[in-house]
Ligand binder design. Structure first.
Ligand code: AP5
Length: 219
């Protein structure tokens, strides 16, 4: 399954819940890149430049770091891709690799959120540096302000969540990633959901959708 949507659409928030509910392996391209960046290797430094500028990381690098993880045999019932693919060459590269392994993208969900909603979502986001749990100061606050409910760690703000970098990330989304909707629509796997609804409403829709796709696939 592939989750598409602009920065702040709620991909990570919903992906964590979907992965738990349906025993899917959650692969977030942003998390993979942030881990790569922390490694301080030549690749990590190249990735850091793109992340800090809100630009997409080149396709060859993305295909290399993501496909090895997608194809890794695991116990999970399937893989949930959050943030990858983001360009047409990435989508084609993913399909080719899956076909060779007798797999396919069964479902591509696009979370539709207008640009006006994005800035408040992103500037209010806080996350736990230890467990990765994502909060929002207004829409999904922790029980104690600034502290993770799960492990008590102090919450942090992502370095690329500044208004200028968010504008660049949104522009990259509109120029490159929106084209993917047509790609998955042609293949009959695209479903568009209203991601501007509250978290629980989006979750209900997603859960129903994935349940129905799974039961069709099982028949
Ligand atoms: P990445 O980390 O993937 O960032 P992104 O796509 O910009 O998405 P975000 O993580 O910002 O948002 P999200 O949709 O997960 O929203 P969230 O659930 O956190 O990528 C970062 C960078 O890496 C890119 O800019 C690029 O440089 C590079 N990159 C990554 N993948 C790449 C690729 N394939 N190719 C090339 N480069 C790549 O929610 C946001 C906030 O809103 C949270 O606070 C949450 O609590 C709140 N919220 C969520 N849902 C709702 C709701 N329904 N109502 C109210 N609040 C909500």
């Amino acid at each position: 399954m592939v989750l598409l949507g602009p920065p702040g659409a709620g991909k990570g928030t919903q992906a964590k819940r979907l992965a738990d509910a349906f025993s899917l392996e959650h692969l977030s391209s942003g998390d993979v890149l942030r881990a790569e960046r922390a490694s301080d290797t030549p690749l990590g430094r190249q990735v850091a430049r793109s992340l800090d500028a809100g630009m997409l990381v080149p396709d060859e690098i993305m295909l290399e770091v993501m496909l090895s993880r997608v194809l890794r045999p695991g116990a999970a019932e399937g893989v949930l891709l959050d943030g990858f693919p983001r360009t047409l060459p990435q989508a084609r590269g993913l399909d080719e690799a899956l076909e060779a392994a007798d797999g396919q993208v069964d479902l591509a969900v696009s979370l539709e959120v207008p640009d006006e909603v994005i800035e408040e979502r992103i500037t209010g986001r806080r996350s736990c540096p230890q467990c990765g749990e994502v909060y929002h100061e207004r829409f999904h606050p922790p029980l104690r302000p600034g502290v993770c409910d799960r492990d008590g760690a102090r919450l942090v703000q992502r370095g690329d969540d500044t208004p200028e970098v968010v504008r660049q990330r949104l522009s990259a989304f509109h120029v490159q990633t929106e084209l993917l909707k047509a790609y998955y629509r042609e293949r009959g796997s695209l479903v568009e959901l209203d991601g501007a609804e509250p978290i629980e409403v989006v979750w209900d829709e997603l859960e129903r959708l994935v349940r129905s796709v799974k039961s069709k696939a099982a028949r």
